[in-house]
Design a binder for this molecule. Structure first.
Ligand SMILES: O=C(O)CCC(=O)C(=O)O
Ligand SMILES: [Fe+2]
Length: 325
């Protein structure tokens, strides 16, 4: 469970990335990074990551492309509308996404990793289909593909760091668990205080994320994301330019038998400006079975605190409750 934190730690992960294939725990810089990751995952469930090596032009480029898309006329945006028949990929207009049954004041484009039809059987059919990207600006799709690949690699390295902190096997979350992550990302646009629906609706209502690890790329000049600590205080996640804001999802909470925290958060844009954010969701494999791992059980009292879940079932359930329909 999250502690009484009143700020979110900032971690420079560059020592982890200098030798991606073999992370050397004898290097004191590496050791310090993995310790910080472990403490942040345990006490806060949120941390900023800098020194990640992803070019600023790409990080800002995807936000700018998203902002330009949201400026387009409604009819133009609806050309790539999300529905069950697009594999839940594409655009959702303002107030059509809901959290805990309540409409959210944001619009979005949802994307998932693409896969060949039939790969995941009948369950997978729900998510089949190419991602739906706007035709303009040219190169939107290519940029988002580059971004998805870069964030997938970074997420994998961060997960290795988390496991190594407790001297676990670096590939504990690879192979059948998350070796073929069913990752997704959302391009989110959140109107500011001038919007008619403000303040009765939040940008995104209070929730926990459902995967392993989330990396949020957010506008530098607006503080809108807030994180709940154990005293039930909302701690603002003030943007750190150039850093991703990372957090833990339910699947890591289960796999780690509760050692790591999926902390509740929400988005309220009280500024007068339109805010863009792009969370990248690093998820288990589509067919992964998620239950407390022996490695973490031994360190958390020896008894499983969670029931087994099949990730695909969990995801589908979440998606079906997510869209106003
Ligand atoms: O927009 C953000 O900053 C965070 C979004 C978020 O929490 C989510 O999509 O789950
Ligand atoms: Fe979230």
């Amino acid at each position: 469970m999250a502690s009484n934190f009143d700020s979110i730690p900032l971690i420079d992960v560059s020592p982890l990335l200098s030798n991606p294939e073999t992370i050397n725990l004898d290097d004191p810089n590496v050791l310090q990074v993995v310790k910080k990751l472990h403490e942040a995952c345990q006490n806060v469930g949120f941390f900023y990551v800098k020194g990640h090596g992803i070019p600023d032009t790409l990080v800002k480029g995807v936000r700018d492309a998203a902002r330009n898309f949201f400026l387009l006329p409604h009819e133009e945006k609806m050309k790539i509308q999300l529905s069950a028949s697009t594999g839940y990929r594409g655009y959702t207009k303002l107030l059509d996404n809901k959290t805990q049954g309540k409409a959210d004041l944001h619009e979005s484009i949802d994307a998932y990793t693409e896969f060949a039809p039939g790969t995941y059987g009948p369950m997978g059919e729900h998510f089949e289909g190419p991602n739906l990207w706007p035709e303009y600006p040219q190169g939107f799709k290519e940029m988002m593909d580059d971004y998805g690949n870069a964030l997938e690699k970074l997420s994998k390295m961060i997960m290795r760091g988390v496991v190594l902190a407790l001297r676990g096997s670096p590939n504990l979350f690879e192979g059948d668990r998350a070796g073929k992550s069913f990752w997704s990302m959302r391009l989110i646009g959140c109107p500011g205080s001038g919007s008619a629906a403000h303040p009765s609706a939040m940008g995104i209502g209070a929730h926990r994320d459902y995967g392993l690890l989330i990396l949020v790329n957010q506008d530098d000049d607006i503080t809108a994301l807030e994180v709940l600590n154990r005293r039930d205080e909302w701690i603002p996640a003030v943007p750190v330019p150039g850093a991703f804001l990372c957090n833990i999802g339910d699947m890591l909470n289960i796999w780690s038998n509760g050692m790591y925290t999926a902390t509740t958060h929400r988005v309220i844009n009280s500024s007068s400006k339109y805010r863009v954010s792009i969370p990248f969701f690093y998820e288990p494999n589509f067919q992964a079975i998620v239950e407390p791992l022996e490695f973490y059980k031994q360190k958390t009292g020896g008894v499983s605190r969670f029931q087994k879940v099949v990730y695909a079932e969990y995801l589908l359930n979440k998606i079906r409750n997510n869209f106003v329909g």
